[in-house]
Design a protein around this ligand. Structure first.
Ligand code: SAH
Ligand code: SF4
Length: 368
């Protein structure tokens, strides 16, 4: 429970808690941690939105729920309000607009085929990093999301997939609204909850954290040996070119960022994904591809090339497909593997803060 300036206490989201924290709550209340585990299963495995039909709860747990969630309202079950559910024209991507308790709206995207669905999660409302081509950056920063608000997006996506008769999620990418490493602690707590085998059970190797290049966060991921994939949004291979697109490069310059990536690789031995939004005439020339190849030499790198998804606040246009292929060819010659993402493919769709509703038509989604 949190206390505001007037001394009033606000209920706490049950989804903010890890299993260890939930167990502690029960032990402090003089109850067995086994009840915490039953509650955890109902929340994260059963995906319960309320406990009225939780007939397997033993009487002490039922009493705890009646008191703590009901009567005293120390806790609540996070369930953001869905304000829109929009399917892409190819019906492979579905975007949810979710309204949080304080009225902020975030986006969660689910994409892919049966059995291979990926959800793209938001980690902040807005973003402080101000990348010039990004719709979320153009909004500015509103606030960090709590762990429960990140976990709730996974639950929402799972429930939607189940309702469509589909298998659950396979992969998660933290490529929605916001900069995950600017909200490090909440993101790590959320991922601890999401990967728990007794709950949502999404394997850490199926999760990718995408960062604009928050150097302290990258070093911390390596130090703490976090088991997730790392993607770094580069977009420029010289300081001047990168800073023009990514203002955060002035705070964590390209040289420092690459040093952090090398140190991450030295410590973890992990491949790093580099994202490159292809903008016609800005960062898509063969010379720029060559410089990128040099920059990544010695790393186990994979480059994801993402043709720009136009946004209202930026006049740039997407690189034509032939130019993207030529860029890729230069990288290949330099020995750097890369993938050109479809415009409505994973990365573009995954940059869910970047999806504009007018690119979608309202329809009954058919994921599954
Ligand atoms: N803040 C993190 C994660 C969210 S953005 C980051 O920047 O990495 C996820 C990806 O979408 C980033 O690689 C970002 O550069 C890319 N992106 C943002 N706006 C885009 C746009 N309009 N078109 C194509 N990719 C975009
Ligand atoms: Fe923030 Fe990522 Fe958008 Fe940059 S691209 S403004 S870091 S969400």
């Amino acid at each position: 429970m949190t206390t505001d300036a007037a001394g009033a206490t606000a209920p706490r989201s049950l989804l903010d808690l890890t299993l260890a924290e939930l167990e502690r709550e029960f032990v402090v209340a003089g109850l067995s941690p086994l009840h915490a585990r039953a509650l955890w299963r109902a929340l994260h495995h059963g995906l319960k939105q309320d406990f009225s039909d939780a007939t397997d709860f033993l009487p002490p747990l039922r009493r705890w729920v009646a008191q703590q969630v009901g009567g005293e309202r120390r806790f609540f079950i996070e369930a953001p309000n869905q304000t829109a559910d929009i399917a892409s024209t190819d019906r492979l991507t579905r975007k949810f607009l979710l309204r949080l308790a304080d009225g902020q709206t975030i986006e969660t995207v689910v994409m892919g085929f049966k059995g291979r669905h990926t959800a793209c999660l938001s980690t902040q409302a807005g973003c402080a990093m101000g990348c010039v081509f990004c719709a979320t950056g153009q909004m500015g920063f509103v606030r960090h999301l709590r762990p429960g608000e990140i976990v709730a997006q996974v639950r929402h996506a799972q429930l939607a997939l189940h309702a469509a008769g589909s298998e659950g999620l396979r992969n998660l990418v933290l490529m929605g609204m916001g900069e995950p490493l600017h909200n490090y602690d909440s993101v790590m707590t959320a991922l601890e909850i999401i990967t728990d085998r007794r709950g949502l059970n999404i394997g850490p190797s199926r999760i990718t954290i995408s960062t604009v290049g928050v150097v302290p966060g990258i070093l911390r991921l390596a130090m703490e040996r976090r088991p997730y994939h790392l993607a770094v949004s580069l977009h420029g291979a010289t300081e001047a070119e990168r800073s023009a697109l990514v203002p955060a490069s002035q705070r964590w310059p390209l040289a420092e960022l690459m040093a952090a990536c090398r140190s991450y690789f030295a410590r973890t031995g992990r491949r790093i994904f580099f994202e490159w939004t292809l903008i016609a005439g800005a960062n898509d020339s063969p010379a720029q591809a060559e410089r990128l190849g040099v920059l990544l030499t010695g790393l186990d790198a994979h480059v994801n090339l993402i043709p720009l998804n136009p946004t209202d606040g930026f006049t740039g246009t997407a690189t034509p497909s032939a130019v993207a292929k030529a860029f890729q060819q230069v990288l290949q010659t330099a020995g750097i593997p890369s993938t050109i993402r479809q415009r409505r493919g994973i990365d573009v769709a995954a940059g869910c803060g970047q999806l504009r509703a007018d690119k979608f038509r309202m329809s009954r989604p058919v994921l599954g």
